[in-house]
Design a protein around this ligand. Structure first.
Ligand code: AGP
Length: 608
């Protein structure tokens, strides 16, 4: 998604803005721009392509003198990536500049009204409407003009706004798209995310929906859309700057894969006390939890895949019916939510538009929503009725790994907790499950040690056209995630299939040499999986098996075997995903793909 950075203070603004935007590159973008007030006018520079192009154009910001400015990296939604469409956008008089992350859903009627009043548009974007609308309402009072605009526009937005005749102030607004404000001895900042300003300050404010921030050199004020001043609590960020850097790994993705043992530990440890699962964040008593009759898990992408695993684990351990939905489907299918249902939304970023909307839809119908979220202070984290954080730290690579593994861990905790309060799990096997849970980080570490072996195997498939992932039960869930990891970063077509379903059509695609990755971690299904492997091998497939060390029969049945250490079958996805992540990663590296910033993708999809 787009990235926003703004600064006003005692230092030159442009270099700070460029540095901040570089920390937001992970969000995905195709052009960039800056607006800096030079003491008389608002100077604008824009460039298509990587941020480097803008840096070179402005000599690292040196050619844009001034102490206050805003910058933007654009992930195109309305209009192609080109200089006319990239931000900042200006009113005709070039006295107002706007950068925007989000979508103005009613921009077409607004644009028509403005054109009828004689306004000239130069771009295809929805954002330019904001610049002209601010101009229309502006009578030398920025706050008044902004609040009038907010009452007229619909959609999602994080805005940074400059007014040339108010050079001592920057304004920022937020609705649904993430925005933070920061303060230091050298001035004030706005940004789409913490890493952009962490180098300058650890004191940040999470801007809430429909709040307006007025930043000055020495401090900032917050207002409601009714122009009433409001007070907000500052949050101290305790990440170290490296946490958002690569720490010597070639890619953020590899670094984050290697952080998985820690993120699983950090997610489960605080919630295991005296050999019991304690999840205070649920804000539900054991009785209330035991009274839950059904769970709806709603998410997108990998978070959805974690939800599919969650279904198998929770239904298996706690015998609570679980329905799993893709958020973009859930929100429009008029779902049937029965009494005593609990909705769980899973989201790394906490800003995914569809997941956010699904949560709000559920709350509007009077249902409690539990958020399983990674980004502290994100929209979902703040709006959910309860939030269970996955303590994975900042995840920069577009392809999620450590946050996904932390999501699985959070779901295991929930499943055990539910099982205990519903008495489907007895104390002694709760202890066994907790023991197995605690062993996962070391087992993940062990599997990460196989990266050389996986890399050699992956190098054989950099030219692959189609790769299939198959599994049964919980192994089908992990096949979904393994397939997504491969395709989103290597651009190799891939499909995940319930192994028993393959023969109902898709098996016709298997040709001589087609790679089929067969995940088989469920002892009760070993034999069934071997039958499916025999079926695809009969059609010429080359089979990579991911299975448990005990499953020796797999050695003969498959062509290449990756063995997993022994764990409880319900937790096996946390181990099976490691070789699958490494496989996808090394195929992508072998193809020379931009692993951390794959084409067409964004780290957080904050638009529909
Ligand atoms: C996963 O690797 C992708 N980046 C994508 O599917 C992601 O999981 C999805 O967009 C959901 O994002 P969220 O967890 O931030 O809501």
């Amino acid at each position: 998604m787009c990235g926003i950075v703004g600064y006003i203070g005692s230092r030159q603004a442009a270099p700070i803005i460029l540095d901040g935007l570089s920390k937001l590159e992970y969000r995905g973008y195709d052009s960039a721009g800056m607006a800096v007030f030079d003491g008389e006018h608002i100077q604008i520079r824009k460039a298509v392509g990587r941020l480097k192009v803008l840096e070179n154009l402005t000599h690292g910001g040196e050619t844009m003198k001034g102490y206050m400015g805003i910058g933007h990296t654009r992930w195109a939604t309305h209009g192609a990536p080109n200089n006319m469409n990239s931000h900042p956008h200006l009113n005709t008089a070039q006295t107002i500049a706007v950068v925007h992350n989000g979508i103005i859903e009613n921009y077409i009627p607004l644009k028509k009204k403005l054109m009828d009043k004689g306004y000239q548009f130069v771009s295809e974007t929805d954002t330019e409407v904001l610049a002209h609308l601010l101009d229309y309402y502006y009578k030398d009072n920025p706050l008044e003009a902004i609040t009038k605009v907010l009452h007229r526009v619909e959609g999602s937005y994080a805005l940074g706004i400059l007014f040339a005749d108010h050079p001592e102030e920057i304004y920022a607004v937020r609705k649904d798209s993430p925005l933070i404000a920061g303060v230091s001895a050298e001035g004030c900042f706005i940004a789409s995310d913490v890493p952009a300003i962490l180098k300058y300050t650890r004191t940040v404010y999470y801007v809430d929906n429909q709040e307006v921030v007025k930043l000055g050199k020495d401090g900032m004020k917050f207002y409601s859309v009714d122009e009433e001043e409001i007070t907000k609590e500052a949050v101290r960020i305790d990440w170290d700057a490296d946490a958002a850097e690569k720490a010597g790994y070639e890619h953020f993705m590899l670094k984050e894969m290697y952080e998985q043992p820690k993120t699983v530990t950090d997610t489960i440890s605080p919630r295991i006390r005296d050999d019991k699962i304690v999840i205070e964040e649920l804000k539900m008593t054991d009785e209330e939890l035991a009274a839950v009759k059904k769970l709806h898990i709603v998410a997108c992408g990998s978070a959805y895949h974690a939800g599919v695993t969650g279904k198998y684990v929770i239904e298996g351990l706690a015998r609570v019916p679980v329905e799993v939905d893709v958020a973009s489907e859930f929100r429009y299918r008029n779902p049937i939510l029965e009494e005593d249902s609990l909705v769980i939304v899973i989201s790394q970023s906490g800003e995914t538009a569809d997941t956010l909307a699904a949560m709000r839809e559920s709350q509007a119908r009077g249902f409690k929503v539990l958020g399983i979220v990674n980004v502290v202070g994100s929209s979902i984290a703040r709006e959910a009725d309860a939030c269970l954080y996955t303590w994975a730290g900042p995840e920069i690579a577009v392809a999620t790994t450590k946050a996904y593994s932390a999501q699985l861990a959070a779901l295991y905790l929930l499943a055990i907790k539910l099982g205990v309060v519903r008495k489907t799990i007895h104390e002694e096997n709760a202890s066994e499950l907790i023991r197995d849970l605690r062993r996962l980080p070391d087992q993940i570490e062990l599997l990460l040690g196989q990266k050389g072996k996986i890399q050699r195997f992956a190098n054989r498939y950099v030219g692959a056209k189609d790769i299939f992932f198959i599994g049964r039960g919980i192994d089908y869930a992990i096949s979904l995630e393994g397939s997504l990891k491969l395709k989103e970063i290597s651009y190799v077509h891939s499909e995940a299939y319930a192994a028993g379903e393959l023969k109902h059509g898709t098996i016709s695609l298997i040709e001589e040499g087609t790679l089929v990755v067969a995940v088989s971690t469920q002892p009760k299904l070993y034999q069934k999986m071997i039958s499916n492997i025999v079926e695809v091998k009969a059609r010429g497939a080359f089979v990579m098996a991911v299975t448990n060390e005990e499953n020796k029969a797999m050695e003969k049945a498959s062509d290449y075997c990756v063995y997993l250490p022994e764990t409880n079958p319900y937790f096996a996805n946390s181990l099976a995903i490691i070789p699958l992540q490494l496989f996808g990663y090394y195929v992508a590296v072998g193809k020379g793909c931009d692993v951390d910033k794959p084409r067409n993708l964004a780290k957080s999809v904050t638009v529909e």
